[in-house]
Design a protein around this ligand. Structure first.
Ligand SMILES: [Zn+2]
Length: 336
């Protein structure tokens, strides 16, 4: 990766208790599992690991995604094994709280039900880490066993909520707001991907139609100051993934230094930073912090505040969370 840090920055980022609230299981495909179950994919190495690699379109990214992950995520047991590696890597970076999602579409292939997959993920998580699991649902996923799962998921105790995935330009059919309303009524916490490949209007629309307070990406909100004002006024948090945005060549983000997270943060929007699909972007969460410091001119104090935003919005109540926030307070006060 391009984001090498000197030892001072490395130690500083490592010292921050962190959250990861935008992480796809399949996009975090562990290399060691690929080596075992589909080794030909590693020789030659995946092209997208090159620093200057840019996906041509979101659809070409989706094709790669399926191609590389299909022979690894074939059972709940594999999710369990993958989770131990993926979240183990997060824990090594001092991540204390994670919200991750699995794709509803896999239920068609693995012949196991959603709660079984969720339990496999929860049980694979390392001790001492708080984990919440979401089901990622694509705009066009309403068919067969996936539809049955979507219709039933408000009953799944293990499920934290649903997250709208996939190409944003596909229609949002009536079942989407219905599903979001039904799961919300059952006490779930829902999210949606928006403002990555569609503009600020789509963010507005998802806030209206899905009644959510969390948007995955949302970076194109900057195109409309009224939408940015709304994010601030309604305390909507954006789970931003800067390296992902650059590698996917999101409109308006030709390079890291042009990333709109600077503007959003300065306007008072609550933002978190996350790694999204680390296998497909060759990134780590720590590198997201290095990128903001080195290329987007965030100070160390601002990095602390971004880390704190993650705990502020965490679906986690407990002494450990307070301890993480207290630790961030103390790191920040030592900077001044
Ligand atoms: Zn995502």
């Amino acid at each position: 990766m391009p984001y090498q840090a000197d030892s001072d920055l490395r130690e500083f980022v490592q010292s921050l208790p962190k959250t990861e609230t935008h992480l796809h299981m399949e996009g975090s495909l562990p290399v060691e599992m690929l080596r075992r179950f589909d080794p030909s994919k590693l020789s030659p190495p995946p092209p997208f690991w090159a620093d200057d690699y840019r996906y041509e379109t979101f659809y070409s990214f989706m094709d790669m995604y399926r191609e590389y992950s299909k022979n690894v995520f074939t059972s709940a047991e594999r999710y369990h094994e993958a989770t131990a590696i993926i979240l183990g890597n997060c824990q090594k970076q001092n991540v204390r709280y994670v919200e991750t999602s699995f794709h509803a579409g896999i239920l068609e292939f693995i012949k196991e039900d959603g709660p079984t997959v969720i339990r496999a993920i929860m049980e694979g998580a390392p001790k001492g880490m708080e984990v919440r699991v979401f089901m990622g649902i694509s705009h066009d996923a309403y068919y067969g066993v996936v539809k049955e799962a979507i219709d039933d998921c408000h009953n799944w105790e293990e499920l934290t909520g649903v997250d709208l995935h996939g190409p944003e330009d596909l229609p949002v059919e009536a079942w989407v707001p219905e599903t979001w309303a039904r799961t919300r009524a059952a006490g779930k916490f829902n999210k949606a991907h928006a403002g990555e490949f569609m503009g600020a209007d789509f963010v507005n629309r998802m806030l209206d139609e899905l009644k959510i307070t969390r948007i995955e990406h949302g970076v194109r909100s900057v195109e409309n100051p009224a939408v940015v004002d709304r994010l601030v006024r309604e305390k909507i948090t954006l789970d931003v993934c800067p390296i992902s945005n650059v590698k996917l060549a999101v409109e308006g983000i030709p390079s890291m230094s042009a990333h709109p997270i600077r503007h959003l943060y300065d306007k008072g929007v609550s933002v978190t930073i996350n790694s999204d699909d680390p296998f497909f972007f060759g990134n780590t969460l720590s590198e997201e912090y290095y990128a903001l410091y080195q290329d987007v001119k965030f100070s160390k104090a601002e990095l602390v505040r971004i880390a704190r935003n993650g705990f502020n919005i965490a679906l986690w109540n407990g002494g450990e969370k307070d301890a993480c926030q207290a630790q961030l307070d103390s790191i920040e006060s030592n900077l001044i």
